[in-house]
Design a protein around this ligand. Structure first.
Ligand code: MN
Length: 285
């Protein structure tokens, strides 16, 4: 057994996206700040409707998956084919853009707290042009498991904690084999999770802080991505205020990444094709 250590910290920075939604972006703020297969991680958290009300009006995607996970607040998702989905606090949407989708993501509230995350996870070349698909995951579909000193929600992959707790999330069977946990730890509590050797993994505390690793653990403050070394287990301890954090891991794809905004392909030619298809109205086939 080898415990992963914290190798790099990527602080989140404030950015504005969509029609003026204020976000904190960590992964993906520049092309060098990706972690194959993860392309981007955004957190949106505000009690002020001016920060989110404009939402994300219609925009395209091709070549990857977008995953939205809501802690609080309501979003409505609608695509160019008229598919509608309602994202509730505690729920998630796993969207495979594949060859193309044009969609909007708009808040369904005019006041109150909105808090959630969106990350982008790449698709291998052989899957980039598959038909678009959605999984709208209701809060009650996400297992919440009590562990020693806290609890874990399992969105994707399998919880395998050191105290013997197991649970499978609703998202399974993807080629990148993602693991997506939302973990709450009381002050000082420990959490140990098995993870595949060779998979990319990172932590993102959104409240409190963590100490990461065994032996000589390193501190990871809130709102920063903590990139982990290789190994087959992740070990953390919550700081004095406890820790709320996302744990994400997935199998790297190992292919060239050429990104132009919301299009993520393997070559420049494929990006040109995506732009041409979008202009011609054939992005989604
Ligand atoms: Mn989108």
């Amino acid at each position: 057994m080898s415990t992963r250590s914290l190798t790099r910290i990527i602080p989140s920075i404030p950015v504005s996206d969509g029609a003026g939604v204020k976000l904190r972006r960590s992964l993906g703020q520049s092309q060098g700040l990706r972690l194959d297969p993860f392309l981007m991680l955004d957190e949106f958290a505000s009690d002020n409707p001016d920060d989110y009300i404009a939402g994300f009006p219609p925009h395209p995607h091709r070549g990857f998956e977008t995953v939205t996970y809501m802690l609080a607040g309501d979003f409505e998702h609608e695509d160019h084919l008229g598919h509608k989905g309602h994202l509730r606090g505690g729920g998630a949407q796993w969207m495979t853009a594949g060859r193309g989708i044009i969609h909007s993501e708009m808040p369904l509230q005019e006041s109150g707290r909105l808090h959630g995350f969106q990350f982008w996870i790449n698709l291998p070349a052989r899957e980039k042009m598959k038909p678009a698909a959605y999984r709208d995951i209701q809060p009650e579909e996400i297992p919440e498991v009590a562990i020693r000193g806290g609890s874990v929600k399992v969105v994707a992959g399998r919880l395998e904690s050191a105290d013997g707790q197991h649970a499978d999330g609703p998202i399974q069977g993807l080629s990148t084999a993602p693991l997506f946990l939302d973990v709450r730890l009381e002050p000082g509590a420990h959490f140990v999770q098995s993870v595949e050797d060779g998979h990319a993994a990172f932590l993102y505390p959104y409240a409190g802080s963590l100490r990461v690793g065994a032996g000589a653990p390193r501190d990871l403050p809130a709102r920063q991505v903590g990139v982990l070394s290789d190994g087959d287990r992740i070990e953390v301890q919550a700081g004095a205020e406890g820790g709320l954090f996302l744990l994400l891991a997935a199998r790297p794809i190992g292919e060239p990444v050429v990104q132009y905004g919301p299009f993520v392909m393997n070559t420049r030619d494929e990006i040109e094709q995506a732009l041409a298809d979008y202009r011609a109205g054939t992005l989604a086939g």
